[in-house]
Design a protein around this ligand. Structure first.
Ligand code: SF4
Length: 93
């Protein structure tokens, strides 16, 4: 994973920001929250597993991804990509 260091001047310690992480790569607590969000999306509204993974692969390679969030729309990409009718704000998927 590629990370970028920046400085938190309030506490004088480096803050590591992962530019390619999804929620599934982060702490177990974040993953539990993700599963709760995904569970409320109706099955008929969900993207297929193949489409979902294809979309997430595009997001992982995108310069707009920062700590699982799309900087173009502010969404967690795993939630945005999960809904079949959703589109990438930059038209990448
Ligand atoms: S939704 Fe689109 S713009 Fe946002 S991170 Fe994914 S590919 Fe990039």
């Amino acid at each position: 994973m590629h990370t970028t260091d920046s400085k938190d001047y309030m506490e004088e310690k480096p803050v590591r920001i992962c530019k390619q992480c999804l929620l599934r790569d982060l702490a177990a607590e974040d993953q539990k929250d993700l599963q709760k969000y995904l569970a409320v999306i109706k099955p008929q509204d969900r993207a297929s597993e193949a489409l979902y993974e294809e979309r997430l692969a595009v997001c992982r390679a995108c310069e707009k991804l920062s700590e699982a969030t799309c900087e173009a729309c502010g969404c967690y990409v795993e939630i945005r990509a999960y809904v079949a009718a959703n589109r990438c704000p930059k038209k990448k998927w």
